[in-house]
Design a protein around this ligand. Structure first.
Ligand SMILES: Cc1cc2nc3c(=O)[nH]c(=O)nc-3n(C[C@H](O)[C@H](O)[C@H](O)COP(=O)(O)O)c2cc1C
Length: 251
């Protein structure tokens, strides 16, 4: 391990149980997605109306593979997007007492530090652009209209081909204060561990509709943060994934 990584591990080590959690001085509003009142809210099909129950968990886990051969002509439907967002960041309960949220995936201390952005190229019903998932409404807001910003995200992944072809790109941006307000210097570990759960749920969600997912850890951080206007410190792109459709293999 290089010196910097070693320093990070040492400085974020949990040594005493008294190092544990501070009471976060953060109210519920900061745990929810910020709504821009000037932007139209596009409500997604309600998760309970979606008929994706038929596949077994074991089958989904065993069949899951990273798939990179995508076709730019492929489409992802609003229903598919809805179930993918629901299973990766959907809010099951807004807890007024605890001032946090319970979601469809684990997160250290229930801090759920991510905001989901979607680079949309080919979803009938949605104009191309970068959308922000408003988790508490299960809705989208178009943050940056047009294909240009979506292409800039693909470019930031060092032009990985499947990112250039994907009908949808998932971008998980960390709002680190949600976690640092409780866990201090241990937080970065938790944020990246949390990110793994999110993307695994996307892989499994995609199994429900023969979607094709590729996790993206290789990207130019500054470039990706610039596209989303994130400062790269308090807020930063923590993980991404391309989502397309499985190709029928020519046996
Ligand atoms: C943290 C992480 C980062 C990854 N980054 C990339 C990436 O930038 N580009 C890519 O093509 N695949 C990426 N992958 C996909 C892995 O290469 C893939 O999971 C691995 O080859 C195993 O294949 P499988 O997922 O089909 O089991 C990443 C996977 C993980 C978990």
């Amino acid at each position: 391990m290089d010196e910097l990584s070693n320093l990070f591990l040492k400085n974020s080590a949990h040594r005493r149980s008294s190092d544990r959690a501070a009471d976060p001085e953060m109210d519920l509003a900061e745990m929810l997605s910020k709504i821009d009142p000037s932007i139209e809210m596009i409500t997604l099909p309600k998760p309970e109306t979606l008929g994706y129950q038929e596949k077994g968990l074991r089958e989904g886990i065993e069949k899951r593979r990273t798939l990179r051969r995508l076709d730019p002509e492929d489409r992802i439907t609003l229903e598919e997007l809805s179930i993918a967002l629901w299973l990766t960041q959907g809010i099951v309960k807004v807890d007024d007492k605890r001032q946090d949220t319970l979601r469809n995936l684990p997160s250290a201390g229930r801090r759920h530090p991510f905001e989901t952005y979607l680079g949309i190229r080919n979803v009938p019903g949605l104009a191309p652009g970068i959308y922000h998932y408003i988790a508490q409404e299960h809705a989208l807001q178009l943050s940056i209209p047009g294909l240009e910003a979506v292409d800039a995200i693909a470019e930031a992944s060092f032009k990985q081909k499947h990112m250039q072809d994907a009908p949808v790109i998932f971008i998980w941006a960390a709002h680190s204060a949600r976690t640092t307000s409780r866990y201090g210097s241990r937080s970065l570990r938790y944020i990246f561990i949390d990110a793994g759960h999110v993307c695994q749920n996307l892989y499994l969600a995609a199994e429900l509709f023969d979607g094709a997912v590729c996790a993206i850890g290789a990207y130019d951080d500054d470039a990706a943060n610039t596209v989303l206007d994130l400062d790269g410190n308090e807020r930063f792109v923590a993980y991404m994934a391309s989502l397309g459709r499985k190709r029928v293999s020519k046996a």
